[in-house]
Ligand binder design. Structure first.
Ligand SMILES: NC(=O)c1ccc[n+]([C@@H]2O[C@H](COP(=O)([O-])OP(=O)(O)OC[C@H]3O[C@@H](n4cnc5c(N)ncnc54)[C@H](O)[C@@H]3O)[C@@H](O)[C@H]2O)c1
Length: 258
């Protein structure tokens, strides 16, 4: 087991480039924002959680990072497009887009109506497309870029009460492939990270019961709990030129969930 942060890789190709992360105020997104800033990237991020977004922005800026938080609900596509334009105007052409914002609301199938269904799709897959559409021409003009979509293990295993979320996350995988094909000629790569069960603050507070811990121990090939930095290290590699020939793929970080 690797103990020290210093033992992990740094990626020279990331230094000085600009990243945009949706849902960057907490959970995996906050870890992504912080790790990308540590690599020397300028990072813009959006979230509905203004308090946490501002606090993270302040902490990173105090440490010398070029960082910009824009409060934004990704279900409001024109607002998301405006936030992307604001970040690009302030921090430079976006070379890395991380489509991370999501909400794993639990919904019973029998309670679903059209408005609820549309909401689950809007928060879990629609904004990925429109954010990619907004950044890709700039990436092309800059010589290329990387788009990373967050999928979910939930689209591959046996879970109840997540019909909208799971449908959207399965859609994220298809979206990844079609955008990779569309944008490949522009040297824009599009990949999907599929996290397993990651111990974010929210997961620990709401879902990780003793029974859940037993399920992790039973289902994962490697027994350790997975944390946001495990996923961030995959993101860094997909963001960097080290992965320049990899696109249209799914990258699973789940401890080998069988
Ligand atoms: N944590 C896990 O175990 C896990 C597993 C599989 C997939 N994922 C995926 O990884 C990504 C991050 O997951 P997480 O666990 O950190 O999620 P989270 O719920 O802890 O954080 C998501 C972030 O997105 C923000 N957000 C929610 N709705 C928004 C909206 N409408 N507009 C803007 N921001 C909004 C939240 O405020 C939050 O900061 C998601 O795409 C999730 O589906 C997570």
């Amino acid at each position: 087991m690797i103990e020290a942060e210093a033992a992990f890789a740094t990626y020279p190709s990331l230094k000085g480039r600009t990243a945009f992360v949706s849902g960057g105020a907490s959970g995996l997104g906050a870890e992504f924002v912080e790790q990308l800033a540590r690599q020397g990237m300028a990072v813009g991020f959006v979230d509905v959680d203004e308090t946490r977004g501002r606090a993270l922005e302040r902490r990173l800026a105090d440490g010398g990072a070029a960082v910009r938080f824009v409060p934004c609900d990704v279900r409001d596509v024109p607002a998301l497009q405006a936030a992307i334009a604001e970040v690009a105007g302030m921090l430079g052409t976006i070379r890395l887009l991380v489509n991370n914002a999501a909400n794993d609301h639990r919904d019973r199938v029998s309670d679903m109506d059209v408005a609820l269904w549309d909401d689950r799709i809007a928060v879990n897959v629609r904004h990925h497309f429109f954010a990619a559409q907004a950044v890709a021409p700039g990436m092309r003009d800059a010589g290329g870029g990387s788009i990373v979509n967050l999928g979910s293990i939930s689209a591959h295993i046996d879970l109840m009460d997540l019909p909208g979320y799971i449908t959207a996350k399965a859609g994220v995988e298809g979206l990844t492939r079609t955008l990779a094909r569309e944008y490949g000629p522009w040297a824009v790569r599009v990949n999907c990270i599929i996290p397993g069960w990651i111990m974010t603050e929210k997961q620990l507070a709401e879902w990780v019961t003793p029974e859940a811990e037993a399920s992790i121990a039973r289902n994962q090939c490697v027994p350790q709990k997975l944390y946001p930095d495990d996923v961030a290290r995959m993101l860094l590699w997909l963001a960097a030129d080290d992965s320049r020939s990899c696109t249209a793929q799914q990258w699973v970080v789940d401890g080998g969930w069988l």
